[in-house]
Structures are given as C-alpha cells and as structure tokens.
Write a protein that binds this ligand. Structure first.
Ligand code: SAH
Ligand code: SF4
Ligand code: F3S
Length: 477
C-alpha cells in the first residue's frame, strides 16, 4: 500500500516517479534535487549519491524549482520507464532556459545504457553518471559548472560503496534498505540489467552487519537486504568454490542472513530478490530458524512453461520451480510468496501462456508483479528471437493474469480473517489520522486504530476486515 518493498520493479504509482529527498541534511550552499525511478536498488543508490554530495557541500531540496543541480536516477527495464524520464527531462530543460546555470544530470541504468546519447544527440542533460561512478559526481558537476559536458559510465568489478553511510531519504525512520551486492551475472534473455549494472560483486559482510547495527541503534526496526540475485551472494570464495583468503571465513547468503538477524531479535530482516535456480534449502532453514527473518519469499517465475523459460535463459523448468515452492511450504508453512510474470515473450503461444495461468493457480501466490514483454536493445532475446506477439495479445494475456492474481489475493486475504499477527508500525494511514499501518512478517499491509502507537512499535493485531490489497484489524494485548 504505502510502499512496496520488492526489488526490481518500478515501484507502485504512489512511490514511482516521486522524488526522494530529505530537507536540509546540512546547510550546504548548493541545492540538490534528486529524483529516483525503478527498483529498490536505485532508491538505495540515491541514498549513496545524497551521502556523497552532502559531504561535498550540497543540501537537498524538495522543490525542483529551487535546485542548482537536478539529478534523475533512472531505470531501463522497460521502454515506458525510459519514456517517462525523457518527458521529465524535457520539462527540466524548460527550467534551464530560465536559469542557464542549472545542472541537469542523469544517473542509473538509462545513463549506463544510453551513455552519451542523452547528452550529445538528444541534448537533454549536461551530465551522465553510470551506477558505478557516483564517487566521481562532485568532480563531474564541477566540470559542468566549468562549462564542459561530463560523462562517466565506467562499470567496475569492485565498487560496492561499502564504506559510504547512506543518507536515508524519504525515511519513515523504521524501515531501510541495505545493498549487499551489485550487478548481475545471469543472462536472462529479456533483461537489460547485466548491461546497465555490470558484473556481480558482493559487499564485505562486516560492513553490512555494521550498517544494520547502526540502523537498529538509530531506532530502525526493519532492514531489507538488496541484490539482483541475493542467493548468489558470496564472500571470500569464487564462483568455482575457490577460497580467496584462507585466513578468513567464507560467507554465504544464508550465513549473512543469520549474521544480520543476530543484530537484535527486534530487528526484522527481509531480502530481495531470489532467483529460483539458486534458491537453496539452507536459506529457507535459516529463515525458519529466526523469528525476526520475515516469512516472505519473492521468487520471480516469469513464465509457467518450460520452453518459454528456456528461451528466457532462466536456468530452471516449471517442475523445478514448483518443487522450490513446495520446499518453501514444507520448511515454512506460514510463509507468503510473491512472483514476477512477463506475458507475451517472443514466440509465446496460447498454450504456453495457459501454463503460466495454471502455475499461478498451483502456487497460489499472495502477490505478483506482472508485465507485458518489452524488447530491450542488445539483450539475447533481441538478437535471437523476434518480438512477435502482437501488443494486443500481450495486453490481453496481462489482463488475464492480473485478474487471476487479484482474485487469488482476495481469497488469500480472506483466509487471514480472525488471525493474530505481529505488525511493525510504519506510519499514519493515508486515509485516516486515527489509524496506523504496518506490515506483518508475511509482508501483508495491516491497518488498525492508532491508540498510542508510533512508528517503530510492534503491535499484536487481530484481523477483522479485508480487501485484495490490505487488511484491517484491532489490537489485542
Ligand atoms: N533480478 C530480478 C529481476 C530484475 S527485473 C530477478 O531475476 O528476478 C524485475 C522484473 O522486471 C523481472 O522479474 C521481470 O519480470 C521484469 N522484466 C525484466 N525485463 C523485462 C522486459 N524486457 N520486459 C518486461 N518485463 C521485464
Ligand atoms: Fe535480469 Fe535475470 Fe539478472 Fe534478474 S537475474 S537482473 S532478470 S538478468
Ligand atoms: Fe533497477 Fe531498472 Fe536498473 S529495475 S537495476 S533501475 S533497469
């Protein structure tokens, strides 16, 4: 509701496209307006950008008209995500006509994908900085102010920004993201991320645990560990299982999860995203063992048909995926599960689409993020297959899976009626000042009377009402 906490999708309309910023972190002389699009990773990166620039004397503003520097942190995952950013940039170009010293820059995945194009050909920006070049931003801005155009789109094999304490933007003071890795080494044939984010690399576990501890000490009560494929997190060990430094221990994702869970039983731990091919039972057992690791798994399936999955280069079959869902249900019967689905991928037949529908029914997902296929330049799919499912067929299939998901969510929420959940309060409900909202371990948004609750408190709530998106309840002591 108020916020989605899943990685790798454009966030809800309510969050998407909204600028994330804080008012006057420090009385810097120059004003920065930072706007973020795309996945949680991008929102998390914006907090690193804010940290770097605040150290260089900037303060953030909520008003673009006030800004000396406008930076847009962008997403390339689907064509329409990029179009939206171009429209916004055109608007800022009008502002620059009135105020020629205004610096307009583009960050994130569009910057990396299009490189100089937005600067030289489309003339929409003065500055282009890819996801691994944010330490260079103060210099890049200086170059622009000195009358030059500035570009840094070098990808790195090492950069994890481990030493940079993010400035928490748009914060509720209760929930925060922690990036645990960057990049992606999978080559899903539809996906642009490996091109925009570069090679996969894991961040030093000590810096991750320290960040979690600091957040907890500041009053935060939930952290979400972020990566494109968190199951392949590894520290001090190569992909071929070779030890890097024999004097130090290795750390797997399950072990990292445990380390963060041990920070405090009052600190909830979530993570996103898992890849079905790498989702191992050790992670599920660790989740089951610690009550503060949330019982919620986001496991993007993309398609329910094994031939489509092979064309997508996902590395698993329908049967494998169903077995992983069975493992989750076996090890954590109370867990909720969500997924991502793409409709109308290259050559998808009606029968193949129906396999997605039947898989959704078999898995009984609590939530799903659903998209129609958008061809991306340079991807394997663009080179190997034809984007041959007509737009209206893609859309019709999308409508079909959306309707089914809506129905399943309604049915699943109905089953919560009468249940008692521990809910972490995140804020005042948008609809009423007398109500607060928060989520249960299963990531379901729960609304209940405010009483004396404040953000960061835990409440035991019994469910009394439901819709397909949220449930309402009353507090029980
Ligand atoms: N790393 C995550 C997903 C990253 S992108 C994972 O592997 O699960 C988030 C979601 O966007 C994907 O799961 C997919 O459903 C969707 N997506 C990615 N590329 C897409 C494309 N070209 N067209 C439509 N949807 C896409
Ligand atoms: Fe894209 Fe696949 Fe990597 Fe996810 S795992 S970011 S879908 S390439
Ligand atoms: Fe995220 Fe979009 Fe980039 S989903 S990794 S911001 S392409």
């Amino acid at each position: 509701m108020e916020e989605t906490n899943l990685l790798n999708k454009e966030l809800d309309e309510s969050v998407q496209g909204t600028a994330t910023m804080v008012e006057s972190i420090q009385d810097g002389s120059k004003k920065l307006y930072l706007e973020s699009y795309g996945c949680q990773m991008n929102f998390s990166d914006s907090e690193i950008v804010a940290s770097i620039l605040c150290k260089s004397g900037y303060s953030t503003t909520r008003n673009a008209l006030d800004a000396d520097v406008i930076l847009m942190n962008t997403c390339s995952i689907r064509e329409n995500a990029e179009q939206r950013v171009r429209n916004k940039l055109r608007q800022y170009q009008k502002q620059k006509k009135q105020n020629p010293s205004l610096v307009i820059g583009i960050l994130g995945c569009m910057a990396e994908r299009l490189k100089k194009q937005l600067l030289e050909e489309e003339k929409l920006v003065d500055l282009v900085a890819g996801p691994d070049s944010y330490r260079d931003l103060p210099n890049l801005i200086d170059e622009v102010e000195g009358g030059q155009k500035a570009v840094n789109v070098l990808l790195s094999r090492e950069e994890t920004y481990a030493d940079i304490a993010p400035v928490r933007l748009g914060k509720n003071g209760v929930t925060a993201f922690i990036s645990i890795m960057r990049g992606c080494d999978n080559m899903c044939s539809f996906c642009v991320v490996p091109f925009t984010r570069g090679r996969e690399r894991s961040r030093d576990p000590e810096s991750i645990v320290q960040e979690a501890q600091e957040l907890f000490d500041q009053g935060y009560r939930e952290v979400t560990l972020l990566g494109q494929n968190v199951n392949s997190y590894r520290w001090n060990i190569t992909k071929k299982n070779e030890l890097i430094d024999p004097s130090k221990p290795t750390v797997s994702f399950a072990q990292l999860l445990e380390k963060v869970a041990l920070v405090s039983p009052l600190l909830r731990v979530r993570y996103s995203t898992s890849h079905p091919k790498d989702m191992t039972d050790d992670v599920l057992h660790t989740m089951a063992e610690y009550p503060n690791i949330c019982k919620y798994v986001h496991l993007p399936v993309q398609s329910g048909n094994s031939n489509v999955l092979a064309r997508m280069n996902r590395g698993y079959t329908r049967e494998w995926y169903l077995e992983r869902i069975a493992a989750i249900r076996r090890i954590m019967p109370e867990a909720s599960i969500s997924t991502d689905i793409i409709t109308g991928f290259c050559d998808e037949t009606e029968d193949e689409h129906q396999d997605t529908v039947s898989l959704m029914e078999a898995c009984n997902f609590d939530y799903a993020y659903m998209f129609s296929y958008s061809e991306r330049e340079k991807t394997l799919a663009e080179r190997k297959f034809e984007d041959n499912v007509p737009a209206e067929v893609k859309q019709r299939r999308l409508n079909e899976v959306q309707a089914l998901q809506h129905e399943m969510a309604f049915r699943n929420n109905a089953k919560t009626l009468g249940n008692l959940y521990e809910v972490l309060v995140e804020g005042i409900s948008k609809r009423s000042d007398d109500e607060v909202y928060g989520r249960n371990s299963q990531n379901l948004t729960v609304i209940f009377p405010k009483n004396n609750f404040k953000p960061g408190d835990y409440a035991m709530v019994r469910i009394t009402e439901y819709t397909s998106a949220t449930v309402k309840g009353v507090v029980e002591n």
